[in-house]
Design a protein around this ligand. Structure first.
Ligand code: HEM
Length: 261
């Protein structure tokens, strides 16, 4: 049963992250290729800023690598790819780890140099930076254990890395599920994009999934039947909430931004 819940979770993440990547390509890649990065500002508070060459470069790098890391992460988790074409797993894994570090550094650069423009307040920014730090630590450890051919520990750190990288995606689906549930923004000011709910969400989106992962790994490796059943149940419930978030983010944010909803 625990495997069925894990598959349900992965399928939901797969669908949600494919739609997220599709939006990134259709919106950011298209505008970048058209040489009009000022269009980013239609959806992003700290997008293109005149005369801020380094900041703008960080944004372009960040959004272009965003689709690669999202698709690359999904590819790493598909068992058939790992078993049948291990070379893809190895090369994509190296790329994924390098991009994870680039995403965290470019994101941190944007937070530090554009503090007054980036969405969220100081607490939210700190939570985002900690997410970036966790990504870098997990990336280094996952890579290190793969080099040592310690595949048991490599798997654990690679899963932690995937979950930490997915934090920003979780933020988007969490936010849209919350707004869909209430029918309006609650617990934050949509004009300044700050408030207690957002600070809570900025932190929850990586802490909760990382804790759930630890619970899942423990139950999977040495849990009793009861333990496995309980884990499978809460994982299924959380995945149903995620599914609602994927629907809300796709219909309320990603697809409308590319004119598809
Ligand atoms: C590693 C996975 C990550 C992905 C896939 C990702 C993806 C994105 C995307 C697509 C955007 C554009 C906004 C949108 O259209 O949704 C964005 C913006 C941004 N990201 Fe990331 N990101 C990641 C990690 C991070 C990290 C770790 C940080 C901070 C350390 C960060 C900081 C930012 C900032 C500051 C913005 C601009 C937000 C604004 O304009 O207010 N990102 N990210």
């Amino acid at each position: 049963m625990i495997n069925v819940s894990a598959k349900f979770w992965f399928l939901t993440v797969l669908v949600g992250q494919v739609i997220f990547s599709f939006y990134i390509i259709a919106f950011y890649y298209a505008n970048t290729l058209a040489g009009d990065i000022a269009q980013y500002n239609r959806v992003m508070p700290a997008g293109y800023i005149e005369n801020d060459t380094y900041g703008n470069a960080a944004v372009v790098i960040h959004v272009l690598f965003a689709a690669l890391i999202t698709i690359g992460g999904l590819l790493q988790l598909i068992p058939r790819v790992r078993q049948k074409i291990p070379a893809i797993h190895r090369w994509n894994g190296r790329l994924y780890i390098a991009i994870a570090i680039i995403m965290s550094l470019s994101g941190a650069f944007m937070v530090i140099t554009r503090t007054d423009k980036v969405a969220g307040d100081a607490f939210g920014h700190a939570a985002l930076m900690i997410n970036g730090l966790i990504i870098i630590v997990c990336a280094i450890r996952a890579f290190g254990y793969a080099r040592q051919r310690n595949f048991a520990l490599h798997r654990i750190w690679a899963l932690r890395l995937f979950v930490a990288v997915s934090g920003v995606w979780m933020f988007r689906i969490g936010l849209m599920a919350w707004i869909m549930f209430h029918g309006k923004p609650v617990g934050f000011d949509p004009a300044t994009f700050s408030g207690p709910f957002l600070n809570f969400l900025f932190t929850l989106v990586y802490i909760l999934p990382l804790l759930c992962l630890e619970g899942y790994l423990r139950a999977q490796s040495n849990g009793t039947v009861l333990n496995k059943t309980i884990t499978a149940s809460w994982l299924a419930v959380l995945t149903l909430i995620m599914l609602a978030g994927v629907f809300a983010a796709a219909m309320g944010m990603w697809l409308p931004r590319i004119g598809l909803a």
